[in-house]
Design a protein around this ligand. Sequence first.
Ligand code: 5GP
Length: 176
Amino acid sequence: MINILDKTFVPFISQEKIEHRIAELASLITKDYEGCCPVFIVVLNGSFLFASELVKKIPLSCEINFIRLSSYSQTTSTGTVREIIGMDENIQGRDVIIIEDIVDTGLTMSQLLNKIKALEPKSVEVATLLHKPEALKTPVNMRYVGFEIANRFVVGYGLDYDGIGRNLDAIYVLAE
Ligand code: 5GP
Protein backbone atom coordinates (compact mmCIF):
# COMPACT_ATOMS: atom_id res chain seq x y z
CA MET A 1 0.00 0.00 0.00
CA ILE A 2 1.29 3.49 -0.80
CA ASN A 3 0.03 6.99 -0.17
CA ILE A 4 0.24 9.71 -2.81
CA LEU A 5 -0.97 13.12 -1.68
CA ASP A 6 -4.46 12.50 -0.23
CA LYS A 7 -5.04 9.07 -1.80
CA THR A 8 -4.14 5.46 -1.03
CA PHE A 9 -3.10 3.05 -3.77
CA VAL A 10 -2.60 -0.72 -3.66
CA PRO A 11 -0.41 -2.97 -5.84
CA PHE A 12 -2.08 -3.87 -9.13
CA ILE A 13 0.44 -5.05 -11.78
CA SER A 14 3.94 -6.05 -10.67
CA GLN A 15 7.14 -4.91 -12.35
CA GLU A 16 7.83 -8.54 -13.40
CA LYS A 17 4.44 -8.87 -15.11
CA ILE A 18 4.82 -5.50 -16.84
CA GLU A 19 8.29 -6.28 -18.15
CA HIS A 20 7.30 -9.78 -19.27
CA ARG A 21 4.32 -8.40 -21.19
CA ILE A 22 6.39 -5.60 -22.75
CA ALA A 23 8.89 -8.23 -23.96
CA GLU A 24 5.99 -10.06 -25.63
CA LEU A 25 4.82 -6.87 -27.35
CA ALA A 26 8.39 -6.15 -28.46
CA SER A 27 8.64 -9.62 -30.08
CA LEU A 28 5.35 -9.10 -31.91
CA ILE A 29 6.45 -5.70 -33.21
CA THR A 30 9.86 -7.05 -34.22
CA LYS A 31 8.17 -9.81 -36.23
CA ASP A 32 5.51 -7.54 -37.77
CA TYR A 33 8.03 -4.89 -38.86
CA GLU A 34 10.84 -7.16 -40.06
CA GLY A 35 12.72 -5.41 -42.87
CA CYS A 36 11.07 -2.03 -42.06
CA CYS A 37 12.45 1.04 -40.32
CA PRO A 38 9.45 2.18 -38.26
CA VAL A 39 9.06 5.56 -36.61
CA PHE A 40 7.96 5.34 -32.98
CA ILE A 41 6.00 8.36 -31.78
CA VAL A 42 6.22 8.45 -27.99
CA VAL A 43 3.47 10.45 -26.29
CA LEU A 44 4.97 12.16 -23.24
CA ASN A 45 4.85 12.31 -20.31
CA GLY A 46 3.09 9.12 -19.26
CA SER A 47 4.63 6.67 -21.72
CA PHE A 48 8.31 7.38 -21.05
CA LEU A 49 9.03 4.20 -19.05
CA PHE A 50 6.89 1.94 -21.27
CA ALA A 51 8.57 3.37 -24.39
CA SER A 52 12.11 2.93 -23.07
CA GLU A 53 11.48 -0.65 -21.96
CA LEU A 54 9.77 -1.47 -25.27
CA VAL A 55 12.15 0.05 -27.80
CA LYS A 56 15.28 -1.37 -26.20
CA LYS A 57 13.84 -4.85 -26.78
CA ILE A 58 13.17 -4.20 -30.49
CA PRO A 59 16.37 -4.88 -32.47
CA LEU A 60 15.17 -3.11 -35.64
CA SER A 61 16.58 -0.02 -37.19
CA CYS A 62 14.04 2.62 -36.16
CA GLU A 63 13.53 6.28 -35.39
CA ILE A 64 12.02 7.62 -32.17
CA ASN A 65 10.16 10.91 -31.96
CA PHE A 66 8.87 12.31 -28.67
CA ILE A 67 5.74 14.43 -28.70
CA ARG A 68 3.42 16.09 -26.22
CA LEU A 69 -0.16 17.11 -26.62
CA SER A 70 -0.81 20.73 -25.73
CA SER A 71 -2.75 21.31 -22.55
CA TYR A 72 -4.16 24.33 -24.34
CA SER A 73 -7.45 23.24 -25.77
CA GLN A 74 -9.82 24.95 -28.05
CA THR A 75 -13.53 24.15 -27.99
CA THR A 76 -15.12 23.42 -31.34
CA SER A 77 -18.28 21.64 -32.42
CA THR A 78 -16.36 18.38 -32.13
CA GLY A 79 -15.07 19.06 -28.61
CA THR A 80 -11.58 20.00 -27.49
CA VAL A 81 -8.69 20.01 -29.91
CA ARG A 82 -5.18 19.45 -28.56
CA GLU A 83 -2.23 20.28 -30.77
CA ILE A 84 0.83 18.08 -31.24
CA ILE A 85 4.06 19.63 -29.92
CA GLY A 86 7.43 18.32 -31.13
CA MET A 87 6.45 16.38 -34.24
CA ASP A 88 9.67 17.13 -36.06
CA GLU A 89 10.02 13.89 -38.01
CA ASN A 90 8.69 13.77 -41.59
CA ILE A 91 6.47 10.69 -41.42
CA GLN A 92 5.07 10.82 -44.94
CA GLY A 93 5.28 7.30 -46.40
CA ARG A 94 6.67 5.86 -43.12
CA ASP A 95 5.45 3.04 -40.89
CA VAL A 96 4.42 4.71 -37.65
CA ILE A 97 3.79 3.17 -34.23
CA ILE A 98 2.33 5.48 -31.58
CA ILE A 99 3.42 4.57 -28.03
CA GLU A 100 0.92 5.61 -25.34
CA ASP A 101 0.58 4.84 -21.63
CA ILE A 102 -3.17 4.32 -21.42
CA VAL A 103 -6.25 4.52 -23.61
CA ASP A 104 -9.21 5.39 -21.40
CA THR A 105 -12.14 7.03 -23.25
CA GLY A 106 -10.08 6.86 -26.44
CA LEU A 107 -10.82 10.52 -27.25
CA THR A 108 -7.17 11.59 -27.01
CA MET A 109 -5.95 8.70 -29.18
CA SER A 110 -8.63 9.11 -31.81
CA GLN A 111 -7.79 12.82 -32.20
CA LEU A 112 -4.09 12.03 -32.30
CA LEU A 113 -4.63 9.30 -34.92
CA ASN A 114 -6.53 11.75 -37.13
CA LYS A 115 -3.70 14.26 -36.90
CA ILE A 116 -1.05 11.65 -37.59
CA LYS A 117 -3.00 10.19 -40.53
CA ALA A 118 -3.23 13.70 -42.06
CA LEU A 119 0.60 13.60 -42.32
CA GLU A 120 0.21 10.66 -44.74
CA PRO A 121 2.25 7.86 -43.17
CA LYS A 122 2.32 4.54 -45.03
CA SER A 123 0.79 2.86 -41.97
CA VAL A 124 -0.03 3.76 -38.38
CA GLU A 125 -0.59 1.46 -35.40
CA VAL A 126 -1.02 2.01 -31.67
CA ALA A 127 0.94 0.38 -28.84
CA THR A 128 -0.56 1.12 -25.44
CA LEU A 129 0.53 -0.31 -22.11
CA LEU A 130 -2.97 -0.16 -20.63
CA HIS A 131 -6.49 -0.02 -21.97
CA LYS A 132 -9.81 0.34 -20.12
CA PRO A 133 -12.37 -1.27 -22.48
CA GLU A 134 -15.35 -0.25 -20.30
CA ALA A 135 -14.38 3.42 -20.52
CA LEU A 136 -14.04 3.58 -24.31
CA LYS A 137 -16.32 6.20 -25.88
CA THR A 138 -15.05 6.09 -29.43
CA PRO A 139 -13.65 3.12 -31.37
CA VAL A 140 -9.85 3.06 -31.52
CA ASN A 141 -7.89 0.44 -33.40
CA MET A 142 -5.15 -0.70 -30.99
CA ARG A 143 -2.86 -3.37 -32.40
CA TYR A 144 -0.60 -3.79 -29.37
CA VAL A 145 -2.20 -3.69 -25.90
CA GLY A 146 -0.23 -4.57 -22.77
CA PHE A 147 -3.09 -5.09 -20.32
CA GLU A 148 -6.85 -4.58 -20.46
CA ILE A 149 -7.88 -3.29 -17.05
CA ALA A 150 -11.09 -2.37 -15.23
CA ASN A 151 -12.28 1.22 -15.21
CA ARG A 152 -10.25 2.25 -12.14
CA PHE A 153 -7.62 4.96 -11.61
CA VAL A 154 -4.04 3.71 -11.74
CA VAL A 155 -0.60 5.23 -11.12
CA GLY A 156 3.01 4.19 -11.55
CA TYR A 157 5.25 3.06 -14.38
CA GLY A 158 4.97 6.51 -15.97
CA LEU A 159 1.42 7.33 -14.90
CA ASP A 160 0.88 10.06 -12.32
CA TYR A 161 -1.59 11.30 -9.79
CA ASP A 162 -1.38 15.09 -9.82
CA GLY A 163 2.23 14.93 -11.03
CA ILE A 164 3.38 12.31 -8.49
CA GLY A 165 4.04 8.59 -8.91
CA ARG A 166 5.52 8.38 -12.41
CA ASN A 167 8.75 6.83 -11.09
CA LEU A 168 7.05 3.87 -9.38
CA ASP A 169 8.38 0.65 -10.93
CA ALA A 170 4.99 -1.09 -10.82
CA ILE A 171 1.35 -0.13 -11.35
CA TYR A 172 -0.90 0.67 -8.38
CA VAL A 173 -4.66 1.17 -8.28
CA LEU A 174 -6.68 3.58 -6.17
CA ALA A 175 -7.91 1.72 -3.07
CA GLU A 176 -11.67 1.24 -3.01
P1 5GP B 1 -8.54 9.35 -22.88
O1 5GP B 1 -8.61 10.46 -23.88
O2 5GP B 1 -8.32 7.98 -23.51
O3 5GP B 1 -9.74 9.35 -21.97
O4 5GP B 1 -7.39 9.71 -21.90
C1 5GP B 1 -6.10 9.29 -21.99
C2 5GP B 1 -5.28 10.03 -20.97
O5 5GP B 1 -5.96 10.15 -19.71
C3 5GP B 1 -4.02 9.23 -20.68
O6 5GP B 1 -2.98 9.55 -21.56
C4 5GP B 1 -3.73 9.62 -19.24
O7 5GP B 1 -2.99 10.80 -19.21
C5 5GP B 1 -5.10 9.90 -18.63
N1 5GP B 1 -5.62 8.75 -17.86
C6 5GP B 1 -6.68 7.97 -18.17
N2 5GP B 1 -6.87 7.02 -17.24
C7 5GP B 1 -5.89 7.18 -16.32
C8 5GP B 1 -5.55 6.47 -15.11
O8 5GP B 1 -6.18 5.50 -14.66
N3 5GP B 1 -4.47 6.95 -14.44
C9 5GP B 1 -3.73 8.02 -14.86
N4 5GP B 1 -2.69 8.37 -14.11
N5 5GP B 1 -4.02 8.70 -15.99
C10 5GP B 1 -5.10 8.28 -16.71
